[in-house]
Design a protein around this ligand. Structure first.
Ligand code: NAI
Length: 308
């Protein structure tokens, strides 16, 4: 029967059990996508891990609510089938606060914890000792070096980046990142798994920001510098980029949506590692807004004001 499977189906099949570590915005989204796309249909399992029990119960509740909604649409005429789909899928989603115990059966670990290099390095060192030999490790980092995250890990040939986008269930793109040691078999498994998750995959080397953020963050920085020079207003820059390029949001609206603290954190990190790159200079106006607690949509004010 094997000859009936495409190569990518066999590869995706190799990843049956996934452990997602860090179940906040991104990790919760990865677990939701996995549960919906793969759990019941292919008999795959996912464990959501977090240090915070409250995060886990919230993520589980969110996934279960959205599964019920989707199942209702999918099996509109049969309540019984819908219920079966939801319960079969959810039976393959478990939660844990113990990251080392939760990787014992993992084929793939997707890390989506706080964006802090020391904490990520420490986590992967522990996981390296706890996980089976074949387990592939991946980080969902937006701005840190995959190579640095993998520093204390022996299985560097089974290490890479899997960079999802927010909101994970909606955004189609998945960036698959390799370090020099990543084996082709690991890349092939990650690509096949990404496809099975319903994503369109692109590949990139371990370079700051990979493809999307390497182009987007300097663009946001350039918009800020343009405003700081007094060349144009915030509103006119946003209007120009929306109507002149067809982008759905202008650079300031996008920055407010992402969170100005997150944007500042990314630029500051790159500025430190690449002090001679003018595109990675930290815009003063960004520093000022963040120091005033103006973080964008989430705090009610950034470049614009929002109703909370
Ligand atoms: P978040 O704050 O929503 O979630 C992070 C979770 O990790 C929290 O629930 C926290 O309790 C947990 N955590 C922290 N340390 C832990 C540890 N040692 N073990 C287990 N759990 C731990 O953050 P978010 O936005 O989901 O980001 C997570 C990662 O994803 C970061 O590396 C970030 O750069 C990356 N990312 C974020 C995107 C975004 O749009 N927010 C987009 C793409 C990547």
């Amino acid at each position: 029967a094997v000859r009936n499977f495409s190569k990518s189906a066999i590869m995706a099949n190799a990843i049956k059990n996934v452990t997602v570590i860090g179940s906040g915005l991104m990790g919760g989204g990865v677990a939701q996508t996995f549960t919906f796309r793969l759990a019941a249909q292919t008999g795959h399992n996912v464990v959501m891990v977090d240090v915070d029990d409250g995060v886990l119960s919230k993520a589980h509740e969110r996934i279960s609510t959205s599964m019920k909604r989707v199942a209702k649409k999918k099996f509109g005429d049969s309540q019984e089938e819908a219920n079966k789909f939801v319960s079969d899928s959810l039976s393959r989603l478990t939660t844990s606060t113990d990251s080392t115990a939760s990787v014992k059966n993992a084929d793939l670990v997707v890390e989506a914890i706080v964006e802090n290099i020391d904490i990520k390095q420490k986590l992967f060192k522990q996981l390296d000792e706890a996980a089976p030999e074949h387990t592939i490790f991946a980080s969902n980092t937006s701005s840190l070096s995959i190579q640095k995250i993998a520093q204390n890990v022996k299985r560097k040939d089974r290490f890479g980046g899997l960079h999802f986008f927010n909101p994970v269930p909606v955004m189609k793109l998945l960036e698959v990142i390799r370090i020099p040691e990543t084996s082709q078999a690991t890349i092939d498994s990650m690509l096949a798994w990404g496809k099975a998750m319903g994503k369109v995959t692109v590949q990139c080397k371990d370079t700051p920001g990979f493809i999307v953020n390497r182009l987007l963050v300097p663009y946001q920085g350039e918009a800020l510098r343009m405003y700081e020079r007094g060349d144009a207003s915030i509103k006119d820059i946003d209007t120009a980029m929306k109507l002149g390029t067809g982008y759905p949001m202008g650079p300031f609206e996008l920055s407010d949506y992402v969170g100005l603290d997150t944007l500042l954190f990314i630029i500051e990190g790159w500025a430190k590692d690449y002090p001679d790159e003018p595109l990675f200079k930290v815009p003063e106006s960004l520093r000022k807004l963040v120091s005033e607690g103006k973080l964008g949509v989430k705090s009610g004010e950034g470049f614009y004001k929002y109703n909370k």
